[in-house]
Write a protein that binds this ligand. Structure first.
Ligand SMILES: CCCCCCCCCCCCCCCC(=O)OC[C@@H](O)COP(=O)(O)O
Length: 145
């Protein structure tokens, strides 16, 4: 029985060694770890955001809370965001923003420029993205099929 703590420590060290080797020698694994942390961190932040957003209920003003919580992520990943043409944004008249979108990483760019009370549209599956789905719903995101 006394062997167990030692065996567990050895196993843990082995796993850490394996993960760090993958991190340093496999760009593919490094990308996977970074994406996993990105998505996990967003789910965690959404857990923090949801009780605060829930006070107001489903309300587009909650998007300000999500933006505030998400803006630091670019620093974690060493990303520098350059916004050009900000003087045209937001327009003085009613408007629709059509943005190119490739992956969940686009969220970082969107959070930089999303005007107040501008509601994003998202695929319906996102509603089931656990805490992040609830955060989107509370912030007034419109889900479409
Ligand atoms: C602090 C916690 C924050 C939680 C997240 C807040 C996010 C708020 C803004 C949500 C904006 C979502 C935009 C989603 C865009 C979208 O739905 O893209 C679908 C595409 O990919 C196509 O997907 P697919 O058909 O699967 O290839």
């Amino acid at each position: 029985m006394e062997l167990w703590p030692g065996a567990c420590t050895a196993l843990l060290l082995l796993v850490l060694l394996l993960l760090s080797t993958l991190w340093f020698y496999s760009p593919c694994a490094k990308y996977f770890f970074k994406m996993a942390f990105y998505n996990g961190w967003i789910l965690f932040l959404a857990i923090l955001a949801n009780p605060v957003c829930a006070v107001r209920g489903r309300n587009v003003e909650n998007m300000k809370i999500l933006r505030l919580l998400l803006l630091h992520i670019k620093y974690l990943y060493g990303i520098r965001v350059e916004v050009r043409g900000a003087q045209h944004f937001p327009p003085t008249q009613p408007y629709v923003v059509v943005s190119n979108h490739q992956s969940s990483l686009d969220l970082l760019g969107m959070m930089e420029v999303l005007p107040d009370r501008c509601v994003p549209i998202a695929k319906r599956e996102l509603l089931w993205a656990v805490s992040a789905g609830l955060a989107c719903w509370l912030a007034g995101v419109i889900f479409i099929d």
